[in-house]
Design a protein around this ligand. Structure first.
Ligand code: F6P
Length: 319
């Protein structure tokens, strides 16, 4: 393979730049040319393709976001959009494409694979919601950002004897909520994978108050409930003074953690090697700590659960 390309797609995640850098540097080291595609599949359909060099990825390993920009494209989900994207890739002599993004982005990659383009996906999303891998790029940074915020919220919650509802990201997955709930000592954690019981939440608040604890943190994954609604319900049904904080896109930005940079560097380099070996239609991942190529079909069909043991542990030690 002489020429490959890389793009980022879907929601950005800290560490994507480190992955781009590893792709570009590994490809050049291996004697290949690399093109960068701007704005994901949308940019690909519009021919936003540019050559990348060793210098074009200098000084980015520590930067959040993605220097290639990203987008969510509805047009690319159509057969016409996919055919156009394949045509643009062929017009540049690009034989292999590396896609850094979530499982929606991998579905797009799968479509291009069927059109004869070799593709390898790299899991990059703060949600950590991709089956078949230990971690997605960006998750570690996002939970550290959220923890930093929760620690600060706890300070003021304690000073004012207040109950705080903190909404974190996670459209379909409770991983962020579970991890920051445990690490932040939250009294309750609401995740989309488990039924939400406001009775349980209120019972915990009452139990805490009965032993003199007047402040609490309730972490809510956005996919489980809206923080504002949880806050309103608690205000209306309890005597506690409630405030709500929605952390939002703060969780998507910032310098990637060391773990995310290391994971991104490993996966970026591995993805290039997979293309060189003639692999296609696969996700480059670490599974049980080992670099592994997982078929997109397996990614799409494997059911995924968060680590429920974390939930049980948090329940036990937040009494
Ligand atoms: O990338 C994942 C994610 O951050 C989800 O946690 C969230 O629901 C969604 O993206 C938000 O997307 P957007 O930035 O397009 O509003």
């Amino acid at each position: 393979m002489k020429r490959i390309a890389v793009l980022t797609s879907g929601g950005d995640a800290p560490g994507m730049n480190a992955a781009i850098r590893a792709v570009v540097r590994t490809a050049i080291y291996s004697g290949m040319e690399v093109m960068g595609i701007r704005r994901g599949y949308r940019g690909l359909m519009k021919d936003e393709v540019e050559p990348m060099s060793l210098g074009s990825v200098a000084d980015i390993i520590q930067r959040g976001g993605t220097i290639l920009y990203t987008a969510r494209s509805k047009d690319f989900q159509t057969p016409e959009g996919q055919a156009r994207a394949a045509e643009v890739l062929r017009s540049h002599g690009i034989e292999g494409l590396i896609i850094i993004g979530g499982d929606g982005s991998f579905r797009g990659a799968q479509a291009l694979t069927r059109l004869g383009i070799a593709t390898i996906g790299i899991p990059g999303t703060i949600d950590n919601d991709i089956p078949g891998c230990d971690r997605t790029i960006g998750f570690d940074t996002a939970i550290n950002t959220a923890i930093d915020a929760i620690d600060k919220i706890r300070d003021t919650a304690t000073s004012h004897d207040r109950t705080y509802v903190v909404e974190v990201m996670g459209r379909n997955a409770g991983d962020i909520a579970l991890h920051v709930g445990l690490a932040g000592g939250a009294e309750s954690i609401l995740i989309p994978e488990l039924p939400v019981s406001m009775d349980d939440v209120m019972a915990k608040l009452e139990r805490g108050a009965a032993r003199g604890k007047e402040h609490s943190i309730i972490v809510v994954a956005e996919g489980a409930a809206r923080g504002m609604e949880v806050g309103k319900y608690l205000s209306e049904h309890t005597q506690f003074e409630v405030r709500v904080t929605v952390l939002g896109h703060i969780q998507r930005g910032g310098a990637p953690s060391a773990d995310d940079r290391i994971l991104a560097s490993k996966l970026g380099s591995y993805a290039v090697k997979l293309l060189q070996q003639g692999e296609s239609g696969k996700m480059a991942a670490t599974l049980n700590g080992v670099l592994t190529a997982v078929d997109f079909d397996t990614v799409f069909t494997t059911p995924r659960e968060p680590d429920f043991s974390l939930y049980k542990l948090a329940e036990m030690i937040s009494i």
